[in-house]
Design a protein around this ligand. Structure first.
Ligand code: ADP
Ligand code: ZN
Length: 515
């Protein structure tokens, strides 16, 4: 019998923690009762405990599938320090090494084995003799080509449920995008999964967006005024990480580059130096940071615009895991947008990726509380402004946009929440284009109620409504615009909406001339 007391005792004895963080215990109880479980938690939220602790109290073996081969050794070492029998199997080991581990598992001495998805077939035969208690799939969004980090090796994992129908599967991710979430449980064949979504709010992270003009100088000044604080600068290309590290080093800053193209030994040296505070700044591609447990990263800078909000949020999430105030800055440049558009249009799921990039750009251009935008993106609707972002600290001038908002939101309802932004604007403006007539939209109520406002302004206003969480873009359904529950308050409860006429017109100019 696994009691709550036993779980708390194990938490204390093996991990040294006094109490569970939000959702950890619920997730563990769900697994223990044998249910498939989907755990969505922000980076640093404490996902590992959710499978490591059950692994200890279960009679059989727990396998943890992870794409992060480079980190398996660290994770296993730290489990061993806590007195937990663990090992790992991946392609970095020789066949003989792998066999040694398999033999140890066979003897029944191991509670947890970390394994890369492509190595799963090696341990297949084990389960004729060893009982499998839990399958944990870390970074589960990697199975979805809708997510931002698709890994082909993950696509085969769907067979696990068929092969081990009575073993609970725990899928874990920090990606909360609704469509990806559904895709994960479909692809893994999860049976009626219990889903736990933790709040994504990280109040200790300040949020700021700056135009990219002179960004190297801006970064240098920023770091020089924080000589004892370490941080990460995310860049789009490997080349930029090296160039930037060089420029900063020349200015006397202890900065190193990190990307997947560098020699493994050099990479792990840089990583160790950073973790041990021997290197102040790492200029990195997104290859850096997954799973790196450095709690006192005081700031994260995005030198380039990230591809989408999921990635951005995960990356800034590496700052301030200790809960202390930490800063984040995003540099926005029009040149980056163009380059990212090119990448997105050539990759998998181009339409979705382009729409997500557009959403990222809208975030950067926004004039409403940035935390509200981020949280509403992840499905958390908040009404209070955060007070810890550049917009809250320096708000633009707002006017009462309630009537404009009501018009737009009713138009979205009249169009049955089934049309993308351009059609909604055409409809509001009473456009006589072919699509409108084809759909007979000219006969609906609210057609042309907004003909007094220009196309450009409508576009700005509706994006502001999305940013404030009144409506959302369904990326996987042709970008149609849907209402959220906040919209009902505006339409039926008389809630007021604030809009601004300000636009970020200067960004294009400033960024375009940067060398
Ligand atoms: P994630 O995988 O969600 O990014 P981790 O599992 O690496 O997060 O946990 C992040 C940090 O939080 C780690 O340093 C971990 O030791 C700590 N942690 C996890 N659970 C607890 C808890 N219940 N109490 C205190 N610290 C915790
Ligand atoms: Zn704010």
């Amino acid at each position: 019998m696994i009691t709550s007391q036993l779980l708390h005792d194990t938490l204390k004895e093996n991990f040294g923690f006094e109490k569970f963080r939000p959702n950890q215990e619920k997730i563990i109880n769900s697994i223990i009762s044998g249910k498939d479980t989907l755990a969505i938690m922000p980076t640093g939220g404490g996902k590992s405990i959710c499978f490591q602790l059950p692994a200890l109290v279960f009679p059989g073996l727990t396998i943890v599938i992870s794409p992060l081969i480079a980190l398996m050794k660290d994770q296993v070492d730290s489990l061993k320090t806590n007195g937990i029998e663990a090992c790992y199997i991946n392609s970095s080991q020789s066949a003989a090494e792998q066999q040694t581990h398999i033999d140890v598992i066979k003897d029944g001495h191991i509670k947890i084995v970390y394994i890369a998805p492509e190595s799963l077939s090696y341990i297949e035969n084990l389960f004729n003799t060893i009982s499998l208690s839990l399958i944990a799939i870390d970074e589960a969004h990697c199975i979805s080509s809708w997510g931002h980090d698709f890994r082909p090796a993950y696509t085969n994992l769907g067979y696990l449920k068929k092969r081990f129908p009575s073993t609970p599967i725990l899928a874990l991710t920090a990606t909360a995008d609704k469509a990806t979430r559904k895709d994960i449980s479909a692809q893994l064949n999860l049976i009626d999964p219990q889903t736990f979504i933790s709040s994504f709010d990280r109040k200790n992270l300040s949020l700021e967006v700056r135009p990219a003009l002179d960004r190297v100088k801006q970064i240098q000044d920023f770091i020089e005024s924080r000589p004892t604080e370490s941080g990460i600068i995310y860049c789009l290309s490997r080349k930029t990480t090296e160039e930037l590290a060089q420029k900063l080093s020349k200015a006397g800053i202890n900065a190193k580059a990190y990307h997947a193209g560098l020699d493994v030994a050099l990479r792990s040296k840089t990583q160790d130096e950073f973790i041990n505070d021997d290197c102040q700044v790492v200029c990195a591609t997104i290859a850096f940071g997954m799973g790196i447990d450095k709690s006192n990263v005081r700031w994260v800078i995005h030198y380039n615009l990230p591809k989408n909000i999921e990635g951005y949020y995960q990356e800034i999430g590496r700052a301030g895991r200790d809960g202390l105030p930490s800063e984040t800055i995003l540099f926005e440049s029009y040149g980056d947008v163009i380059q990212l558009q090119k990448f997105a249009s050539q990759g998998l799921n181009a339409e979705v990726q382009l729409a997500k990039l557009e959403r990222m750009k809208q975030y950067a251009d926004a004039f409403s509380c940035r935390r509200k935008i981020l949280l509403s993106y992840f499905g958390e609707l908040v009404t209070e402004n955060c007070g810890n972002c550049d917009i809250c600290k320096n708000p633009p001038e707002f006017f009462d946009g309630t009537v404009i908002a009501q018009k737009a939101l009713s138009a979205i309802i009249r169009l049955k929440e089934s049309e993308p932004l351009p059609v909604i604007i055409d409809f509001l403006r009473g456009s006589k284009n072919a699509y409108i007539f084809e759909k007979d939209y000219q006969n609906l109520k609210t057609y042309a109620v907004g003909s007094d406002i220009s196309w450009f302004d409508w576009n700005q206003y509706i994006i502001q409504l999305i940013n404030q969480g009144y409506c959302e873009i369904a990326f996987h359904q042709k970008n149609k615009i849907r209402l959220t529950t906040l919209a009902r308050e505006v339409l039926f409860e008389g809630d007021k909406v604030q809009l601004t006429t300000m636009v970020k017109a200067n960004i294009e100019k400033t960024a375009a001339i940067e060398p």
